[in-house]
Design a protein around this ligand. Structure first.
Ligand code: F6R
Length: 255
């Protein structure tokens, strides 16, 4: 079942409200966070909402999904920098509680192992936010990644590097590798919300609908999760049959 909203703005309102509700109910919540274009309006709206309502985020704990290998945290295209720009520097989060994989870790495999362990030691992720790549990746788990994977280093597919080149300067190469939470780390989250917006995600969502669970379309694994929801806008839903689209009109836009 897909929850279909009119546009990215109404999704941002809905998901921000949900985040705020969850944080109020559990101030020490463990969030799994994503980066990318899809998440920008969500974080922008969440900042407004949290500021208007003086929401206390000081005890929130978070683990980001991924980071490019080889980019320092202060590189403008690193995901650490993205999180600072779009969320962490805008609200009083505790930096000690907000984790992003370290793309410059001297021993990447040890760092990955440690990252998965730290998620588990935190008590596990309560709410995981996801975007989805054009090829169906979640985090940077590219097609073919084993479903039982933990945090690992992934060689990015050509498709992903082309898709993400829009964020980089013209003479700059998209890194070839990234650290990503594994599919098992993601599936361990107690609740998952995947967001997909825009016409370029329509064929990706159609693949989710038409395929059984398969490693060649990584996000199909979410069909096995008891509390995973796919929240999409009308453009992304364009190639889905009507009977799988649910329109939560009453939730669409909260003032
Ligand atoms: C980012 C991430 C990726 C993106 C995906 C979609 O942390 O894990 O899986 O969510 O590549 O990116 P956008 O939102 O830019 O289309």
């Amino acid at each position: 079942m897909f929850l279909v909203f009119p546009d990215p703005r109404s999704i941002a309102h809905y998901v921000s409200q949900l985040l705020a509700d969850r944080i109020r109910a559990n101030p020490q919540i463990v969030l799994g966070l994503a980066t990318g274009g899809t998440m920008e309006p969500v974080y922008a709206r969440f900042i407004e909402l949290a500021t208007e309502n003086q929401l206390d985020v000081s005890q929130v704990r978070s683990f980001n999904l991924d980071e490019y290998v080889g980019l320092p945290a202060d590189h403008p295209q690193s995901y650490a920098a993205y999180m600072q720009t779009h969320l962490f520097s805008r609200l009083p989060f505790n930096p000690l509680h907000c984790h992003v994989p370290d793309g410059l870790a001297p021993d990447l495999d040890a760092h990955c192992h440690d990252y998965s362990m730290r998620i588990q030691q935190s008590g596990g992720i309560d709410l995981q936010l996801l975007g989805v790549g054009g090829n169906g990746h979640i985090g940077f788990n590219e097609p073919g990644t084993p479903f039982d994977s933990r945090c690992h280093v992934m060689t990015l597919s050509e498709r992903t590097r082309v898709d993400n080149s829009r964020f980089f300067a013209r003479d700059e190469l998209v890194p070839a590798k990234a650290i990503t939470m594994g599919l098992q780390d993601i599936m361990d989250a107690r609740e998952i919300i995947l967001i997909a917006t825009g016409p370029h995600k329509a064929s990706t969502l159609a693949k989710y609908y038409h395929n059984d669970v398969t490693e060649t379309v990584p996000f199909t694994i979410l069909k096995r999760h008891p509390r995973a929801r796919l929240i999409v806008d009308e453009q992304a839903a364009a190639r889905l049959p009507a009977h799988v689209c649910h329109y939560p009109e009453e939730l669409a836009v909260r003032p």
